[in-house]
Ligand binder design. Structure first.
Ligand SMILES: [Zn+2]
Length: 531
């Protein structure tokens, strides 16, 4: 046979942003070996007349670090055409860890997986464990989480690091980069990331910059202090030299709607000054996080056991309530958005209320929403999750359609509660809603945001384009693609993802899972010893 797979007669949207052309694509030994008119014989012939042929999607913002241990296909992503995921976002990665603080890390990671067996230590160890279960459904590459590194060195302490502790963190980040990470992430609303000052992040980002890695940040505030938080991210890029990726960019809370006009302008201006800043977004006007994120950061000091203790004390409850009613110096989501827009999406001890807002639940239980919140946290610790309807459609549209913004799901389904529909629907929804319905993006531009743009940012030389010599990560999709996941019924894969090929392996055929071809991608500076 001349080819393993030939895709014939499709409309090729090659990932560059260029206008589509009609071309066949030939695959052999995991690579794209021919683009053009193909006459040769193939083991598998895919007739793609009338369908779009594009590079497999790259999910620049995922939390799939531990998902492969429970769902080796990474089904929700693979079924929407994703062939590579970037894990380790929002400051949260499963490695490196230290024996003394492993319990703090476990509590911190509980939102990634309910039962985590952390049987590794360094970042490289962790990647090796993933490699043991290869082939995976999708390719995966990782960022090292600043929160994770801080826990390894300082536990859940709410203070600045000493000089030695800062050195130790730098060392761990350097080691993680050498052992395969593509960069570092922060989650500056989540303790312990929230306890770090800008200067600490700059020092650590310098280490990442030396390798050529990226810095992805869930910035310090997406509401009232959104502008200041974007400034901080840009400053970190400017002073450390690291390329910046602003994660799931948004303006949260009604009073802040419209602010993305200014933040996008800030990104443009920073780039004009030579600072490498980009952003990503998912196509929904609701976000999702863990319920405990509603509390002021200091309420998390000392870790989850301490948090639960505070929830049991009437005095502490009063202190926290007061901070939530008045506090503006942290991202106070309830004050910005309102109890009626915060929906409980997963709670082990209040599961019968999943899908309802905290306002509705408190009415039903004849309690006030603060006491409800504290009672759930007292029982669930950091396990329960929320969906928070905090954004405006105008901001979402403005951000998604901006040329410097790529697409990331931020979605995760660990099999409990009602996860955010972005987990199953993000990429198809961008095409359905913003290309077909709102017409604010061309199909070529939308595909670029999903493929070559993230590949370019990450330095992936073999992915993100349909080009001879590139890895055969390919998706064949119907022009009538339809996301079907909703808030009430989130676990529905899209319609119209016809074929997905991962490293030359046909992995999805019309919604049916076939073989796996995904691999762990190790950063290219493996073995280098900068810093
Ligand atoms: Zn985040």
């Amino acid at each position: 046979m001349d080819y393993d797979i030939v895709i014939k007669g499709g409309i090729l949207v090659d990932g560059t942003g260029n206008p589509w052309i009609r071309a066949d694509v030939g695959v052999r030994n995991g690579k794209i070996v021919k683009v053009g008119r193909i006459e040769g014989k193939a083991d598998v012939l895919i007739r793609a007349e009338g369908m779009l042929v594009a590079p497999g999607f790259i999910d620049i913002h995922s939390h799939d670090d531990l998902i492969f241990f429970r769902d080796v296909y990474n089904k929700p992503k693979l079924l929407q055409g994703v062939t590579t995921v970037v894990m380790g976002n929002c400051g949260l990665s499963p490695a490196p860890l230290s024996r003394e603080t492993v319990d703090d890390l476990k509590a911190y990671l509980s939102i990634l997986c309910e039962d985590v067996e952390l049987n590794w230590r360094s970042y490289g160890d962790f990647l090796s464990k993933l490699e043991e279960i290869q082939p995976l459904g999708t390719n995966v590459l990782g960022l090292v989480g600043h929160g994770t590194v801080r826990i390894a060195v300082m536990g859940m302490d709410a203070r600045d690091p000493s000089e030695e502790e800062l050195e130790e963190m730098k060392e761990l980040i350097s080691l993680s980069m050498k052992e395969g990470a593509y960069g570092m992430s922060t989650g500056l609303i989540y303790p312990p990331g929230a306890y770090a000052k800008t200067e600490e992040i700059i020092e650590l980002a310098k280490v990442v910059a030396k390798f050529g890695g990226i810095y992805s940040s869930h910035i310090r505030n997406e509401g009232r202090q959104l502008i200041e938080a974007v400034s901080e991210a840009i400053r970190i890029g400017e002073e450390s030299g690291v390329p910046v990726e602003i994660s799931h960019h948004k303006a949260a809370g009604k009073k802040n709607w419209g602010k993305t006009e200014e933040t996008l302008r800030m990104i443009e201006e920073a780039r004009q000054r030579g600072i490498e800043v980009t952003a990503d977004a998912y196509p929904y006007s609701a976000g999702s996080t863990y319920l405990a994120a509603l509390l002021p950061p200091w309420a998390h000091e000392g870790g989850v056991e301490k948090l639960i203790e505070r929830m049991k004390s009437r005095e502490e409850r009063e202190k926290i309530r007061k901070a939530m009613e008045e506090g503006e110096e942290w991202e106070n989501m309830v004050r910005e958005t309102g109890w009626d827009r915060v929906v409980l999406s997963y709670s082990p001890s209040f599961s019968e209320f999943e899908g309802k807002s905290l306002f509705e639940i408190s009415k039903q239980l004849e309690t006030d929403p603060y006491d409800l919140l504290f009672s759930i946290l007292e029982k669930d610790g950091t396990n329960s999750m929320i969906i928070i309807h905090s954004m405006s459609e105008e901001d979402v549209t403005r951000v998604i359609s901006h040329p410097y913004v790529m697409i990331g799901t931020d979605g995760l389904d660990i099999g409990v509660g009602k996860p955010h529909p972005r987990t199953y629907g993000t990429f198809p929804r961008v095409i359905r809603r913003f290309v077909r319905e709102k017409r604010v993006l061309t199909i070529e531009e939308a595909i670029r945001k999903m493929t070559s743009m993230p590949a370019h940012k990450l330095g992936l030389k073999q992915k993100g384009l349909i080009r001879e010599g590139y890895d055969a990560d390919i998706v064949v999709l119907s022009q009538n693609i339809l996301d079907q996941a909703t808030y009430s019924n989130p676990r529905v894969p899209p319609k119209g993802i016809e074929f997905v090929i991962v490293n030359g392996v046909l992995s999805v055929e019309r919604g049916k899972l076939l073989e796996r071809g995904g691999r762990v991608l190790w950063s290219r500076w493996i073995g280098l010893s900068y810093a």
